[in-house]
Design a protein. Structure first.
Length: 334
């Protein structure tokens, strides 16, 4: 069972335009409104690929009503925690000429302490009642935290996952990324900019090693057109497409997290296997018009990946304080 948590969900609004001209007026066909946020995108992808999921999120205000109504039609098993603050909006403008996307995200409103407690209880209940036949429980914590969110929120959620014996994947940024590493998340999935911002380390391998040293077991690092890196305490693997793809990258990282979650739920632990599937699903998401979907050609994309293991000499340049913690053979990853 994969339980996803979206602490700062959004009503995603997507418009496709011929070309974005700064300061200009643009016309578009009717846009699409969809219940979104990174955790929900993960749940949509995993559910579409046949994995058992349960998506947890908050919802409030008029946008929350629209958010809930759309999610009810999606078929994704979910539970929404009612909050007073209005659900935020996220606006994506897809430029057909350039093949890229401009995104504007509202920051969101911080739920009250009792509302956060209700979310935690929903997480605990979902993990405790996950049927054994659905595989190893996996808890996915995806997306930003609203301004003012409790500093201990992410560690508390990770703690709930670990108490339930779940693998925990965290896809977040800023101080929350370091907090997730300190709390012992199994997998962290930053992009290169998020990793550098959080750790203050420009070199991506060194930055990933800092997260491992803090307590993570695997870092999946998104590098855009350069593919992805998987970094553990004893291996570095990279994967990329032979040629970059043009499209909508909005949900590419979420598809990568979904791939990792699905494989972890099946008991897969090999970083190379996790990386290949994550890279393929991420690329397949770029080919789709909306986040939360992947193109059915993903097996071909996976088969055509360029995969190698760079020299570990880069680790020798990392200060001792940032080196990964050795793994004891046979130790069950967090």
């Amino acid at each position: 069972m994969i339980v996803t948590v979206t602490p700062n969900p959004a009503l995603d609004l997507t418009w496709h335009v011929d070309r974005i001209v700064p300061g200009g007026t643009h016309r578009a066909d009717t846009g699409v409104a969809r219940a979104g946020g990174k955790g929900l995108n993960v749940a949509r992808v995993a559910h579409a690929q046949g994995a058992p999921v349960r998506a947890l999120a908050t919802a409030g205000g008029p946008t929350g009503d629209e958010f809930a109504a759309e999610l009810a039609t999606s078929g994704v098993p979910h539970e929404l925690i009612a909050v007073q603050g209005a659900t935020r909006r996220s606006i994506a403008l897809v430029d057909a000429h350039l093949g890229d996307t401009t995104i504007v995200n509202e920051r969101g409103l911080n739920p009250a302490p009792a509302e956060w407690d209700a979310l935690k209880e929903a997480v605990r209940r979902s993990l405790d009642t996950a049927p054994a036949r659905s595989g190893r429980p996996v808890l996915v914590l995806s997306g930003s935290l609203p301004p003012g969110a409790p500093a201990d929120l992410l560690p508390a959620l990770i703690g709930l996952g670990r108490e339930a014996g779940a693998a925990v994947i965290a896809d977040t940024s800023g101080p929350a990324l370091l907090s997730a590493a300190d709390a012992g998340a199994t997998v962290l999935k930053p992009n290169a900019a998020e990793l550098a911002e959080a750790t203050g380390i420009a070199d991506p391998v060194a930055g990933a090693c800092e997260l491992l040293h803090r307590g993570a077991s695997l870092v999946l690092l998104s590098r855009g057109a350069d593919g992805m890196l998987a970094v553990t305490s004893d291996v570095i693997v990279r994967a990329r497409l032979a040629e970059p793809l043009a499209g909508n990258p909005t949900g590419a990282g979420d598809a990568a997290v979904a791939a990792c979650a699905v494989l972890l739920a099946r008991g897969e632990k090999d970083p190379s296997v996790l990386l290949r599937r994550a890279t393929a699903w991420s690329a397949a998401a770029v080919l789709m018009p909306l986040a939360g979907e992947i193109h059915p050609s993903w097996p071909d994309l996976e088969a055509g990946l360029l995969v190698d293991s760079p020299s570990l000499t880069a680790l020798h340049r990392v200060p001792w304080s940032a080196r990964p913690v050795p793994v004891v053979p046979g130790m069950d990853p967090r």
